[in-house]
Design a protein around this ligand. Structure first.
Ligand SMILES: *[C@@H]1O[C@H](CO)[C@@H](O)[C@H](O)[C@H]1NC(C)=O
Ligand SMILES: *[C@@H]1O[C@H](CO)[C@@H](O)[C@H](O)[C@H]1NC(C)=O
Ligand SMILES: *[C@@H]1O[C@H](CO)[C@@H](O)[C@H](O)[C@H]1NC(C)=O
Length: 429
């Protein structure tokens, strides 16, 4: 190492230690604040229809029972959805057996209710991304990914919460407040597709569409104990999500579901952080702390020059990585290094490095649940393969939330693999 590298290394180590120290202090205070609060959780559903996969059914939704507890729904389209469901029923009654057989191909999702993150334009619905200034913004078009779901026969029942501008790993925003984890509402439901993760885990929705720029599908899947697929870029259409070609390659859409087989069904007002942080503490900011932090962190870390340097670095690294992975190997990597923290407890950390790395490499990843920790929260620890990873040796045995990473374009067989693991788990129960 030469002197500049040495200095850079020291700077990084210092930043990491400082962030750990701040993290420790923040956690201590959050613990003191939260320990006296009542821990609410969503009771398991007894409704058998809700415990089978969306592939096998179109079902009733129990949004009204769970949402007051977890606050995951932005808007519910009950009337419209019921009307569409009735139309489907009437249509099915008129079909003969031949037509019914055809439907499996022409309308594979007929009658299946689904939800999407409040980020997707859906004609005549509000699309806010949690921004106070988009409070009344009604979309005039429907995003291609959502349109495909609708064309396949699925029925949109609600839009769900996200972090402001999808910029943080906790779904808390000035318009719709904070989403609670169904296992313990005092804790983080993840982000930015946190509304989807929480609602699906609570059996309030069967299938959801989220977006993943650095883990925004996999982190909520991990923290709520459900399945999430980050697709390879290009597998699902993107249309005008991000202007920058590199960033837009990192950002993809994908499904969140209670069952791995259902994953296959879907195959900036700017502000200044210096003024916003004090505003936030005095309850005067119109932004959430996570997005203030993230905008700052991203802006500071990636100036234009540095960005170009990183892009070259990434393509070299990616080529090496492709060689290691070949055409048929997989990597198993923790989605998240622990169970969900108390609300706002993730601010000092960069744990989304565990998920974000695969956005940079543009590889498909499935996040899958594997159990809960001793506080009853879905866990997020697994096997380490050749990677730095912020967990203790004894934690490896816990093998909880896994993310499986496959080669370029292997989205389909990754889902099959997840189904296989699910069957094994069932067989060992
Ligand atoms: C969330 O915010 C939107 C936009 O202001 C509003 O229409 C909606 O009713 C809010 N939902 C909840 C549950 O607060
Ligand atoms: C409202 O949404 C439309 C897209 O549906 C967008 O073109 C427009 O800029 C948005 N307005 C605001 C204030 O965000
Ligand atoms: C992934 O595979 C597709 C074709 O299957 C190819 O067009 C694309 O360039 C590949 N991406 C990378 C990053 O190798």
């Amino acid at each position: 190492m030469n002197f500049t590298e040495e200095l850079h290394f020291l700077k990084q180590s210092f930043t990491i230690s400082l962030s750990n120290l701040i993290g420790f202090i923040v956690h201590f205070f959050l613990y003191l604040i939260n320990i006296r609060k009542e821990a609410k959780h969503v009771k398991p559903t007894k409704e058998p229809l809700l415990l089978i996969s969306a592939t096998k059914l179109s079902a009733k939704i129990r949004e009204r029972k769970v949402n007051p507890i977890i606050n995951a729904v932005v808007e519910l389209y009950k009337e419209k959805a019921l009307q569409k469901a009735e139309e489907v029923d009437e249509y099915l009654e008129k079909c003969d057996q031949n037509e019914l057989n055809q439907l499996a191909f022409s309308k594979p999702l007929l009658g299946i209710p689904f939800t999407c993150k409040d980020m997707f334009d859906v004609k005549d619905t509000k699309t806010t991304l949690g921004n106070w200034w988009k409070k009344e913004n009604v979309s005039t078009t429907t995003h291609l990914v959502i349109q495909r779901m609708i064309d396949a026969g699925a029925i949109l029942i609600a839009k769900t919460t996200t972090s402001e501008d999808c910029m943080w790993i906790e779904s808390s925003n000035p318009l719709n407040g904070t989403t609670g984890n169904p296992y313990d509402t005092r804790k983080n439901a993840g982000g930015s597709s946190g509304g989807e993760g929480a609602l699906i885990a609570a059996a309030g929705s069967l299938l959801g569409i989220g977006s993943d720029f650095a883990g925004s599908i996999r982190i909520p899947a991990a923290l709520n104990g459900v399945y999430g697929l980050k697709t390879t870029s290009g597998v699902l259409p993107l249309s005008e999500f991000l202007d920058n070609p590199v960033e837009s390659k990192m950002a993809v859409f994908g499904p969140i579901a209670r069952f791995p087989e259902d994953l296959n069904l879907v195959l900036k007002e700017k502000f200044h952080w210096i003024t916003e942080i004090p505003n936030w503490f005095f309850g005067k900011s119109r932004h959430s702390l996570g997005s203030i932090f993230d905008y700052h962190a991203l802006d500071r870390m990636y100036g234009d020059e540095k960005k170009n340097e990183l892009i070259t670095c990434v393509s070299e690294f990616r080529a090496d990585f492709d060689k290691i992975l070949g055409e048929d190997s997989i990597i198993v990597h923790p989605t998240w290094p622990r169970g969900a923290a108390f609300h706002h407890g993730e601010i000092p950390y960069f744990n989304y490095i565990h998920t974000g790395i695969y956005n940079i490499f543009n590889l498909p990843v499935v996040a899958l649940p594997y159990g809960v920790d001793n506080e009853g929260m879905p866990l997020s620890v697994s096997v380490r393969i050749g990677y730095y990873c912020d967990i203790d040796e004894e934690d490896y045995e816990l093998l909880d939330i896994l993310q499986i990473i496959g080669p370029n374009g292997s989205d389909g067989w990754l889902v099959e693999l997840a189904e296989m693991i699910e069957r094994e788990k069932e067989a060992h129960k």
